[in-house]
Design a protein around this ligand. Structure first.
Ligand code: HEC
Ligand code: HEC
Ligand code: HEC
Length: 129
């Protein structure tokens, strides 16, 4: 006769150990989202953080269309301070360490935006490490 009270917990433990890489990675995945490195007078982003987290690429498209297609260079607010609708002059001025912010997320998710082929990084973002 086998002792179910030992075998079943044994099997469960084995399964937890086996699946460790999967859930460890998942827990880690949320922890790896970098803290924004912000070097401006504003402690706010141009939109709430939760929105930015999942929609910054949509916002960037909207900004580009509005500036290029509609010639609309009106400003946006971060907190009470006004910023241009600009990748280099706004996003990268605040998030001035591309490597530790944008890249850290994108690399992990295998996203590789090619924006910087054309758009300059502000000095400090280009040389920060
Ligand atoms: C082939 C070159 C090229 C690439 C690649 C490119 N852009 Fe642009 N982008 C431009 C040019 C040229 C303008 C017009 C600049 C102006 O009139 O101020 C512009 C303007 C913009 C603007 C509005 C003005 C500003 O200063 O930012 C945004 C926002 C923008 N692009 C976002 C993006 C994003 C996001 C990507 C990557 C997904 C990207 N662009 C990739 C060439 C490019
Ligand atoms: C005025 C400075 C400023 C500008 C301009 C700015 N950000 Fe932010 N951003 C912040 C701050 C501060 C936070 C953190 C907000 C918080 O914790 O509530 C943030 C948060 C974010 C987040 C979420 C990060 C996370 O931890 O989930 C993303 C993504 C982001 N910004 C991308 C962008 C992009 C893309 C642009 C340009 C379209 C931009 N930001 C423009 C200051 C800025
Ligand atoms: C919290 C993690 C995170 C941060 C921080 C972050 N991104 Fe992203 N980014 C993503 C995700 C997720 C996607 C979308 C991937 C997809 O749609 O498959 C993305 C996509 C993009 C795209 C569209 C790429 C494409 O090929 O369509 C652009 C442009 C972009 N991010 C710009 C930025 C810029 C600029 C910064 C830094 C200021 C930044 N991101 C910071 C997670 C992040």
């Amino acid at each position: 006769m086998y002792d179910g009270t030992k075998i079943i917990p044994g099997i469960l433990l084995f399964m937890i150990v086996l699946s460790f890489p999967v859930w460890y990675d998942r827990l880690n995945g949320s922890a790896v989202i970098p803290d924004p490195e912000v070097k401006t007078e504003s402690k706010y982003c141009v939109m709430p953080k939760e929105y930015m987290r999942s929609n910054h690429m949509v916002l960037l498209d909207e900004w580009r269309d509005s500036v290029i297609r509609d010639g609309d260079r009106s400003k946006v607010f971060a907190g009470i301070i006004k910023y241009d609708k600009s990748l280099s002059n706004s996003c990268m001025k605040c998030h001035n360490n591309k490597k530790n912010f944008c890249d850290r997320c994108h690399e992990r998710l295998s996203v590789n935006p090619t924006c910087w082929d054309c758009h300059n990084l502000p000095e400090e973002a280009a040389h920060a490490n």
